[in-house]
Design a protein around this ligand. Structure first.
Ligand SMILES: [Fe+2]
Ligand SMILES: [Fe+2]
Length: 204
């Protein structure tokens, strides 16, 4: 089957196995994400960059996946993240990239790479950390300590929509102790406090 072999080989050659930050931004612009959602994606980007450093992985790629992961949400809320996965596939991105994006939702796509596990583990947690910051008068994430997150973690009425058990399972699957995980994501978000609107400006 020489013809088929050549076709497969060519398809592999043209497959994009990396995604740059610029490409992620271009997708966000093209599909028109809201400001709030962009802030969420920037928080996830920062957390993914931190985890790439932690694991010695490709920081540019992991950051770009974090940045892009919800780009389809505002345009296709009912098809998220399937629409995003389809668009990325059409643009020629590799299975690792497409599947990581698909696997952050409840799509049944297995989280069988460290990239996919990390994305899933940080996504929901960033929401809780935003909520913990916004109940403070200062609304400055740089003042949030792990101990205040612990307190809110136990207070199930606080940000009740955030599924603590899911975050616990996701951290375990990633192989990081829960409170180390929370610390890594919190520190990463502090590093982009201004970009994600949690530098205290909203509290003034
Ligand atoms: Fe999502
Ligand atoms: Fe998300």
């Amino acid at each position: 089957m020489p013809v088929l072999n050549v076709t497969l080989w060519e398809a592999k050659e043209t497959m994009k196995d990396t995604l740059t930050r610029d490409e992620a931004w271009a997708l966000i612009q093209e599909y028109g994400s809201t400001e709030n959602h962009i802030r969420h994606m920037l928080a996830v980007e920062a957390a993914m960059r931190a985890y790439a450093r932690y694991f010695g992985e490709d920081e540019e790629l992991w950051g770009a996946i974090g940045l892009v992961h919800d780009f389809d949400y505002d345009r296709f809320p009912d098809e998220h993240p399937y629409a995003g996965g389809r668009i990325l596939r059409e643009k020629g991105y590799s299975d690792e990239i497409v599947n990581a994006v698909l696997a952050h939702g409840e799509t049944g796509v297995p989280r069988d790479t460290r990239l996919a596990k990390a994305l899933y583990a940080v996504d929901e947690l960033t929401g809780l950390l935003v909520a913990v910051t916004l109940v403070r008068p200062s609304k400055d994430i740089r003042e949030v300590e792990l101990s205040s997150v612990r307190k809110k973690w136990k207070d199930r009425a606080f940000a009740a929509a955030v599924n603590r058990e899911e975050i616990e399972r996701a951290a375990e699957a990633l192989g990081v102790e829960l409170w180390e995980h929370v610390g890594i994501v919190l520190e990463a978000m502090k590093g982009v406090a201004t970009e994600i609107g949690l530098d205290g400006q909203a509290g003034r």
